[in-house]
Design a protein around this ligand. Structure first.
Ligand code: PGA
Length: 251
């Protein structure tokens, strides 16, 4: 069963659904690094609730290294356009063609460094659905927005673009940008509050992942929080042992 059908399962029976563990390699890695980490994941006999989103050039290598495992392979971005003269862009159908199963869209780093809006991300999300890919849509407030108590407003605005999209065909990742790559993880109370808010705003069955400084040492605590349907893992996904520790904590 793939990530997508695992997501479908939420509607049928919440108890049967495994928490997702998705690694986001960002712009890290090399052929050597991929060849050292992914075979270790393959040997660990992980389920299809685990995925790695790696840089485009290594997707096909990752597919071949993981071919005897259930671990899914994803990308970290995609074009909002389907086909045509868009130099430098990669379409959702190309990703599907090379065996990708999921794509991260609207990550805070895409928003911050590449000027992406929620509207761009929503178009990317639709392109993924058209190509049969499972999109993971990221939302999150920054430190100032949290300090001034605007966090729910910010998330609500980021979620507004998802209205009308079929629940079960995508997941949302709550990633406060002050927790991404900083080593400062959100508290369990903050995570529970925001996951509940996202589910109330969209639909209670929406799968919501937490991301931001998840490590082997805190994964169990995060994954035990009410409303957490999985984790999106950055830095800790680059170490096989650390990532495996997180996978083992998934219920
Ligand atoms: P981090 O990144 O785990 O390194 O904080 C998470 C993410 O950006 O998805």
């Amino acid at each position: 069963m793939g990530i997508q059908s695992a997501a479908f399962e939420v509607g049928a029976s919440r108890r049967m659904t495994r928490q997702l563990v998705i690694g986001n390699w960002k712009m890290h890695g090399s052929i050597g690094k991929i060849r050292s980490v992914l075979p270790e994941l393959a040997r660990a006999k992980l389920g299809s609730n685990v995925a790695v989103c790696i840089p485009y050039p290594y997707v096909m290598l990752a597919k071949s290294l993981l071919k005897d495992s259930q671990v899914q392979v994803g990308a970290q971005d995609v074009s909002e356009y389907h086909v045509g003269a868009y130099t430098g862009a990669v379409s959702a159908s190309m990703l599907a063609d090379i065996g990708c199963e999921l794509v991260i869209v609207g990550h805070s780093e895409r928003r911050r460094y590449f000027g992406e809006s929620s509207e761009n991300a929503a178009r990317k999300l639709r392109a993924c659905l058209d190509a049969g890919l499972f999109p993971v849509y990221c939302v999150g407030e920054d430190a100032d927005e949290r300090a001034s108590g605007q966090h729910k407003e910010i998330i609500a605005a980021e979620l507004a673009v998802l209205r009308g999209l079929p629940i079960g065909l995508y997941a949302v990742a709550y990633e406060p940008s002050w927790a991404v790559g900083t080593g400062v993880i959100a508290t369990s109370a903050q995570i529970a509050e925001m996951h509940a808010f996202i589910k109330e705003t969209l639909e209670p069955r929406t799968r919501v992942l937490y991301g931001g400084s998840v490590k082997g040492s805190n994964a169990e605590e995060v994954l035990a929080v009410d409303g957490v349907d999985g984790v999106l893992v950055g830095g800790a996904a680059l170490s096989a042992s650390e990532f495996l520790e997180i996978c083992m904590a998934a219920r």
